[in-house]
Design a binder for this molecule. Structure first.
Ligand code: GLN
Length: 461
């Protein structure tokens, strides 16, 4: 069932809000046993909150899952890390506030602090891909994607810093939208790389994604990077007659043959539409991944300093000889990938290496931004695969962080430049999904969703 259908059933009184909760919570416990998609199932919280509630928002009573690095007052928000195991949110993130009285089924599992591409870096155990439990669901919003594809929620909100909404959506055969930086408030999201982070949507289809975006988009004075632009109705389809779509020239290495073939096939289908297609060979885009893994850890190392056991995080309850012994103990709860990123970040920001790494990477980020601006003067959209490989096996990449980082090959450029990008399910290969990524111009989510709808409902059928 999609969101519109469930909404209608609620309105026509074919199903009551409490029946919805009974059905979805019952299912949530079962699915969670098989997949570990939730860090917490919020049954008590939600039943209490929705008592005597009426239809008052677009998503009233619709079951949803929120990634556990997004604050919801009165729930435990762990960010997937043991260091925040007992952290009770003192306030609610703006995007969650804007969803109104939806039915929160649970908080989705994630790689600790959203650092990862497989949900294997969680302090609360690995999440399995419900479509094939020997595979990862992608990450870092793997718990959200697993819950949505299992039908325990009709939509989910995740965060996307380098692909964490689009990549798990692709691995689970779902739609994943990373909006333009500044369209949806970051207030209440646990920060990873602040100049990259955005909240994003995972849903089973494009129309539901548009409906959820209608709720969460909009200016928020609590987020200084939020942009005040005119409100749009994203569910209204735009009739774009003469489109020009850029096809990203495939890199020589790193893309699996199945993915390259699936992408080629989708490009062939595109040529059936009344669309101009041009291949785009960027000059600087190939540096994206390298500079992402300099700039993001730098921002991470700054954002992680607050978990010192005093302001936030685990507070060891014993006496120490010195403050550094205290910190050592308090921060010992950080997962390995968290430690790795803090180490890389402090290194690239250190006095001796700042110019060689951080500064250089910032300059290249600007070159890439300028190049995107130029290229998008001529094209409306840019298409590529979402991921360079199909979902991989659990454990396959955990020993080799660099191969894990390569999963973000196609997704990080959108975060470097702040543009919107969506992943929609492409062809199934051996029962696993691949994704098609479409990137659009900033704040043109209405056009991006319209094209995605067209592809989902005409081209793929
Ligand atoms: N996989 C990427 C990383 O580990 C992206 C993570 C994200 O978008 N939160 O940095």
């Amino acid at each position: 069932m999609n969101i519109a259908e469930l909404k209608k059933n609620i309105k026509d009184k074919k199903i009551s809000p409490s029946e919805i909760l009974d059905i979805y919570f019952k299912k949530a416990y079962v699915v969670n046993k098989d997949t570990n998609c939730f860090i917490s199932i919020t049954e008590d919280y939600t039943r209490k909150r929705l008592q005597n509630s009426k239809i008052e928002s677009e998503l009233s009573f619709i079951p949803g899952v929120i990634k556990d690095n997004i604050n919801i007052k009165g729930t435990i928000t762990t960010a997937g890390s043991r260091i925040l195991e007992n952290y009770k949110s003192p306030y609610t993130a703006t995007v969650v506030e804007k969803l109104g009285n939806f039915s929160l089924i649970g908080k989705g599992n994630l790689d600790a602090f959203a650092f990862g591409s497989s949900t294997e870096n969680s302090g609360f155990g690995v999440t399995k891909n419900p479509l094939d439990t020997s595979k990862v669901p992608g990450g870092s919003s793997g718990g959200v994607a697993a819950a949505v594809v299992s039908g325990v929620s009709l939509f989910g909100i995740g965060t996307d810093t380098g692909g964490s909404v689009r990549q798990p959506a692709s691995f689970c055969g779902l739609v994943g939208l990373k909006p333009t930086y500044g369209l949806c408030s970051r207030f209440g999201l646990i920060a990873m790389g602040s100049s990259f982070d955005v909240p994003g949507i995972i849903a089973t289809n494009v129309s539901d994604t548009a409906l959820v975006l209608n709720s969460i988009a909009g200016f928020d004075k609590k987020d200084s990077t939020s942009i005040n632009i005119e409100k749009k109705d994203y569910t209204k389809l735009k009739d774009d007659s003469k489109l020009k779509v850029g096809i990203l020239k495939m890199p020589k290495d790193g893309v699996s043959t199945e993915i390259a073939k699936a992408f080629d096939d989708s490009v062939k289908l595109f040529s059936k539409l009344n669309i101009d297609l041009v291949e785009i060979d960027f000059k600087y885009i190939s540096y994206s991944l390298a500079i992402y893994y300099i700039l993001v850890p730098a921002e991470i190392s700054a954002n992680m300093s607050r978990y010192d056991g005093i302001r936030f995080g685990f507070h060891p309850d014993k006496n120490f000889e010195s403050i550094s012994d205290f910190y050592k103990d308090a921060r010992s709860k950080f997962e390995d990938e968290v430690k790795r990123r803090v180490m890389i970040g402090t290194y690239t920001l250190s006095q001796g290496y700042y110019d060689a790494y951080y500064n250089k990477a910032t300059q290249i980020r600007n070159l890439i931004k300028n190049e995107f601006k130029e290229v998008f003067k001529d094209i409306d959209f840019l298409i590529s695969p979402t991921t360079p490989t199909l979902p991989f096996n659990i454990g396959e990449k955990t020993k080799d962080p660099l191969s894990m980082y390569l999963s973000d090959l196609f997704t990080v450029p959108a975060n470097l430049v702040g543009y919107p990008a969506i992943s929609i399910p492409n062809k199934k290969i051996d029962n696993l999904y691949s994704g098609l990524q479409i990137m659009g111009r900033p704040f043109e989510e209405d056009r991006l969703l319209s094209l995605s709808y067209l592809i989902e409902n005409q081209l793929w059928k």
